[in-house]
Ligand binder design. Structure first.
Ligand code: ADP
Ligand code: MG
Length: 749
């Protein structure tokens, strides 16, 4: 058996210089390197006779070096190596720059295999910096293969089983500084010839779907004989992860169903009277979602439900119906908001909506504590809660779930002995730990029900796979009275008049958001990490790029374009206090306060700072370099305006003249359904880009296969069957082992 846990340092061809570089690619063990899959292949399947070569072709040729010389060009201190390569049909020149050592590696008389692009120069066609490999076993192999095939041309082709860079489908890998695809091929190919790895997937399943065995799939994904065998290998490997995902989800759900929760009987009178009192009529989707949630609450085991709905679709009121019922039964409910501002906003709207319903509401953030409409000491509200007082507590996670961290001022976690329902607003903003610290069994032995909410629309197939252990409610329909936001794509020629328009709106007292993307790494010299933000350093680099982008835009707007207006900026380097101050100054302008004049007109921020806050007075969302964002994300930005009776606008600045880019942006002009846009976005950019692979914790390959509904269905079906037949997977120890690894690796919010 091949020892997959072998550290890469132990491999013959990995030295002290390359080991840390491999680590940076996430490659630490033999298994990691075998699972470091190519992103694509260069097709050098055909060896082309030299006389048949045409310009601009990418080709593999094979022949003999008849001449090789290296010249030094003095003015630019550059080396140029020229070689003439000859096969039975003709000869061609190959040229390399600044690699004088090639002359030693490819001496005259050597047989060589070259792959690269054919260019045309003054003296005819030549190969420009081709990849090269010596054919060392040429003579030997010719006799080998002669027994199989007497055609001499074929004899050459069949002899090069050891060529890895220039012949066949040549894998191209995710690279990093110092680790090239060439080096990775050099490392990986020898590992494959004698690969013996056990297959965790039961043979019966492989047979049923015609999947190759694991070792075969690994070989074929790196060095396939055909596109088809590469495809089969990819499917098989993605299937593994998808099936494990499903098994994990099913097991988690089963575990959950064995826990105990407070069962909340459906209180028809209460729900009816609350709905009748609302200042608006619920949409059909809101009613369905509420019904699904209330049904879940009746069960004796915990609810684990995700409510998805566009910004402004009215998720809060749905959650509130559930909260009301639970508190009325004598329990405690917590609504966690990701920011202090949002918590305050929830407190305000929820207090208004429940004014007639005698609901005890508390607010607890780092700066405020309110209970029963009055400001009180934090200790007092905590004391009340610990005395089992039924209440709806609204707060920030920093305060409520604190485990003695700095945010809590070193205090103990809050005691909620009657907690029966936890509602997470903007669930992706909460970490696993934070969630776990709330949704744990209380001292009555009960586990609270969990309702997560998100405004990020995730297409259903995707949601079913990655959130397999969740139930999902989708609010698609918007409340009737919603205004359409006017969306416009602004090219360079319209920029001036767009600014003029912004100025007019501001002079009417309106406010403006400006979002700018981080300055692309390529403009900045640095290369992004192929798998996203890995190390702390990389995170800092990204943060810096964002800050830089925001600062530049801020400077431009505040000094050149709108020197007479109040412009402010918000980015990740500011302290929480500074951020809060800016946000409250921004929201103050719309208010009736006397300091209106001092309020902020234009707020420049990064895409990461999801303001998520209601600023009804903000009517313009400007997005710089809109083409750099996904549709779903742009739609999110747009959702920050249009929160009042005033007509709102979304201005997408795009300097790209590219037709398909503008086509993409046009989808936003015509469509304002987040789910439709998410589906489009996913089909355009692929599920990996769409979700952010890193964020989801799902392996790249499985991610890429999420568009393959057929494969997902197979994985789901097999996961169900396996668990039905053997609920602890005791008959499949290898699969069990992979599952455990998988559980360590993936974690979802
Ligand atoms: P989100 O889903 O983004 O959290 P909210 O719950 O904050 O949305 O609702 C946005 C606004 O719409 C709130 O002011 C809320 O009171 C209002 N609202 C909710 N449901 C309806 C409805 N069916 N008709 C009209 N307004 C509604
Ligand atoms: Mg909300």
């Amino acid at each position: 058996m091949t020892d997959l846990s072998l550290p890469v340092e132990k491999l013959k061809n990995v030295g002290t210089r390359n080991a840390p570089r491999l680590h940076r690619l996430g490659v630490k063990t033999l298994k990691d390197i075998l699972w470091h899959f190519p992103t694509r292949y260069e097709d050098y399947s055909e060896t082309v006779p030299i006389s048949d070569i045409t310009p601009d072709q990418k080709v593999n040729i094979q022949g003999e070096i008849v001449k090789i010389t290296t010249k030094k060009l003095f003015p630019r201190r550059m080396f140029i190596t020229d070689a003439i390569v000859k096969d039975l049909s003709g000869a061609i020149k190959a040229v390399w720059f600044n690699q004088p050592f090639i002359e030693n590696q490819l001496p005259e008389g050597a047989f060589v295999s070259l792959a690269g692009k054919v260019k045309t120069g003054k003296n005819g066609t030549y190969l420009s910096s081709p990849t090269y490999e010596r054919i060392t076993d040429y003579g030997l192999r010719i006799t080998d293969s002669e027994t199989e095939n007497n055609n001499s041309q074929f004899a050459i082709r069949n002899s090069q089983s050891n060529l890895k860079h220039t012949k066949g489908l040549v894998p191209v890998y995710p690279e990093t500084e110092g680790i090239t695809s060439k080096y990775l091929r050099f490392l990986i190919k020898p590992l494959l010839s004698d690969l013996k790895i056990p297959d965790p997937v039961p043979e019966m399943i492989l047979k049923k779907h015609g999947f190759p065995a694991l070792a075969v799939a690994i070989k074929n994904i790196h060095f396939p004989n055909s596109e088809e065998s590469a495809q089969k290998a990819k499917e098989r490997l993605a299937f593994d992860d998808l099936m494990l995902f499903q098994i994990k989800a099913l097991l988690e759900r089963r575990k959950l169903n064995q826990l105990k929760s407070a069962s909340i009987p459906f209180n028809e009178d209460l729900v009816k009277s609350f709905i009748a009192d609302l200042p608006f009529e619920l949409t059909k989707d809101q009613k369905i979602a509420a019904w699904e949630i209330l049904k879940d609450l009746e069960k004796k085991y915990p609810m684990n439900r995700l409510m998805e709905g566009d910004v402004g679709s009215g998720k809060t009121v749905v959650a509130l119906i559930a909260a009301l019922e639970v508190v009325r039964c004598g329990y405690q409910v917590v609504i966690m908001a990701p920011t202090e501002v949002l918590a305050q906003q929830h407190y305000k709207t929820i207090s208004e909506l429940t004014a007639n319903h005698n609901l005890k509401i508390g607010l607890l953030t780092s700066s405020t504590a309110i209970m029963g409409g009055k400001k009180i000491k934090k200790a007092a509200i905590k004391n009340e809660l610990s005395k089992r007082e039924p209440m709806l507590l609204i707060g920030t996670h920093a305060v409520i779930s604190a485990r003695g961290g700095p945010a809590s001022g070193g205090q103990k976690p809050i005691d909620l002995p009657r907690l029966a329902l936890v509602i997470l607003d903007e669930q992706h903003r909460f970490g696993v730990q934070q969630r776990a610290s709330l949704v744990k069994s209380q001292n009555n032995g009960f586990v609270p029900h969990l309702l997560s909410m998100t405004a990020t629309p995730i297409p259903r197939t995707l949601a079913l796979t990655i959130y397999g252990d969740l139930d999902i409610s989708i609010i698609r329909e918007k409340p009737k009275n919603r205004q359409k936001i006017v969306t416009k794509i602004i090219g360079p020629a319209q920029r001036r008049s767009a600014y003029q328009f912004v100025r007019e709106e501001v002079s009417k007292g309106k406010q403006v958001f400006v979002v700018c993307p981080r300055i692309a790494a390529s403009e900045n010299g640095g290369e992004p990490h192929p798998k996203g933000m890995g190390t702390r350093q990389e995170k800092l680099a990204l943060l810096w790029q964002e800050v830089k982008a925001v600062e530049e835009e801020y400077k431009k707007l505040s000094q050149e374009i709108f020197p007479d207006l109040k412009v402010a900026m918000l980015h990740g380097k500011l302290k929480p206090k500074e951020k809060n101050k800016i946000m409250s100054d921004f929201s103050a302008k719309g208010g009736s306060a006397s300091d209106v004049k001092d309020g902020i007109d234009i707020l420049v921020s990064t895409s990461v700072i999801e303001v998520g806050v209601d600023i009804p007075n903000a009517t313009i969302m400007m997005v710089e370099s809109a083409e750099r964002f996904g549709l779903a994300q742009l739609h999110q930005f747009r959702g920050r305006v249009g929160r009042s009776e005033h007509q709102s606008y979304c201005l997408l600045f795009s300097s790209s003249g590219d037709k398909s880019t503008n086509q993409r942006l046009k989808a936003l002009v015509s469509c304002d359904d987040g789910f439709e846009l998410a589906e489009k976005d996913m089909s355009i950019r692929g599920p990996g880009e769409f979700m952010g692979t890193k964020q989801s914790g799902m392996p790249d390959l499985a991610m890429a296969s999420l568009a393959n509904i057929d494969l997902i269905k197979k994985a789901r079906a097999e996961a169900h069957l396996l668990l039905k037949e053997d609920s602890s997977l005791s008959r499949y120890p290898l699969l069990r082992e992979r599952l455990d690894e998988f559980q360590k690796m993936t974690h979802f919010e």
